[in-house]
Design a protein around this ligand. Structure first.
Ligand code: LLP
Length: 419
């Protein structure tokens, strides 16, 4: 028996067949068709356990950043595992409520939204992270000290897998600049705003614990200036391995350092806040694969292309961020490693792998694109008027269809014919 090199779902190669929880991927392809997102529930629960172990001894909550993967069955499952949620749109709030989360379990961290939207969030009873001075002032005028809120600070720290997913640097649109703390306090005092939390999210795909701690210390320093802090929300961003030699962020070390920092803060401040973490990728990236079919093999003078039945419309990460996703040849696992460029069927250069050496891809082979659980389906579109894939959750050794494949009717659904 041999496991995948790293990451991905708990895919195992057993007697030449790739399986998830003992279910053959080829049988899932036959049953549900491709392209198909497949998630392994067990991986999610292992990740929750890992986090829980890393943060043991802290008074903490995991607020799953649902934007990573919003399927309602996944949300219900993550709720069963004891997590709360972080949301960024009212629609996400409603989906979470439909999944059974009560408003007290939901935080709301939008950016660039109107105050009307913030008022709706308050009406729904969720806990709001305020991202700019304008909203803070409106909040003060409307609610004064009647409703607790949290403030998102921009810590001026550049970190993240690439610039597009770096959110804590000085030129990022997110949060209120740490340099404006005095002005911020001015507004808070003027309206007697009940600031119960300080929030930060520095970026995604961060492995360096020193970066997390630098940010943590910065916002703890900001927190000392407020009188009623009950929550410190450190956001998410924990790296998971995408490339073979990638490493996880060392969460055990992060947990130990946060414990020290919070206990020191608690002593000096006179009260110890609860600590919140908002992982997205860490919880759901490795649980998911995108299973695809090789429609054509094309030879060009310098390259062999494997043309698959999916594209940037289903998994945009390689094209949008230059992200690396491991690819496994599910139907020829022991083939000779041969360079191939895996490309999509969209009218764009949607390349999943350039000249990558993988077991020889033949026409008709099924490929699994790993680490596709986070920001895969949730960022999928209908570009080129192609339907989005179906989603299957493998739970306790059984596959469950958790989203039907879209159809032409779905694509036309809201269109209005004028002529
Ligand atoms: N909290 C807040 C406020 C966030 O904005 C995010 C992600 C998270 C938590 C979770 O971050 P994570 O643990 O997943 O890194 N589409 C990009 C990632 C965008 C992240 C947006 N914010 C990607 O596929 O790499």
């Amino acid at each position: 028996m041999q496991s995948t090199r790293h990451g991905g779902v708990n895919m195992k190669l057993i007697n030449n067949e790739y399986k998830i929880q003992n279910i053959s991927l080829l049988s899932l392809a036959r049953q549900y068709g491709t392209p198909l997102y497949i998630y392994d529930a067990e991986v999610i629960s292992i990740q929750v356990e890992n986090l829980t172990t890393a943060f043991e001894g802290l008074n903490f909550k995991i607020k799953y950043a649902v934007k990573a993967l919003t399927n309602i069955s996944i949300l219900k499952y993550i709720k069963q595992l004891g997590c709360d949620v972080d949301t960024v749109s009212l629609e996400e709030v409603h989906i979470c409520m439909k999944a059974g989360f009560v408003p007290e379990q939901i935080t709301y961290t939008p950016n660039s939204v109107s105050f009307a939207e913030i008022m709706q969030a308050v009406q729904l009873g969720v806990f709001v992270n305020i991202d700019n001075m304008h909203i803070l002032t409106e909040w003060g005028k409307k609610y004064g000290n009647t409703i607790p809120c949290s403030i998102r600070i921009n810590p001026h720290v550049m970190a993240g897998g690439n610039l597009k997913i770096s959110t804590g640097h000085i030129d990022s649109k997110f949060g209120i600049s740490i340099d404006y703390t005095e002005a911020l306090l001015g507004v808070v005092h003027k309206y007697n705003i009940n600031v119960a939390g300080i929030h930060v999210h520095t970026g995604s795909d961060i492995s360096d614990i020193e970066v997390f701690m630098k940010v943590a210390n910065k916002i703890l320093e900001v927190a000392t200036k407020f009188e009623n802090i009950k929550i410190i929300d450190f956001g998410g961003g924990y790296k998971v391995p995408y490339k073979p030699d990638d490493k996880y962020a060392d969460l055990a070390m992060f947990g130990a350092n946060v414990k020290k920092a919070i206990s020191k803060f608690g002593k000096e401040y006179g009260a110890t806040p609860q600590v919140w973490f908002e992982p997205g990728k860490y919880l759901v990236s490795q649980c998911g694969i995108l299973l695809v079919h090789t429609n054509v093999l094309k030879h060009a003078p310098n390259t062999t292309f494997a043309g698959i039945d999916s594209g940037l419309n289903h998994l945009i990460r390689p094209m949008m961020y230059g992200a690396h996703h491991e690819i496994v040849n599910v139907s020829n696992p022991t083939g000779n490693p041969t360079p191939v460029s895996v490309v999509g069927n969209i009218c764009e250069t949607d390349t999943f792998a350039w000249q990558r050496s993988i077991p020889e891809v033949r026409q008709g082979d099924y490929l699994a694109i790993l680490n596709a659980g986070a920001y895969g389906m949730s960022m999928a579109s209908q570009y080129n008027s192609r339907p989005r894939p179906a989603e299957v959750l493998v739970y306790h050794g059984e596959p469950y269809l958790i989203r039907k494949r879209e159809t032409l009717e779905d694509i036309l659904h809201n269109q209005i014919e004028v002529f």
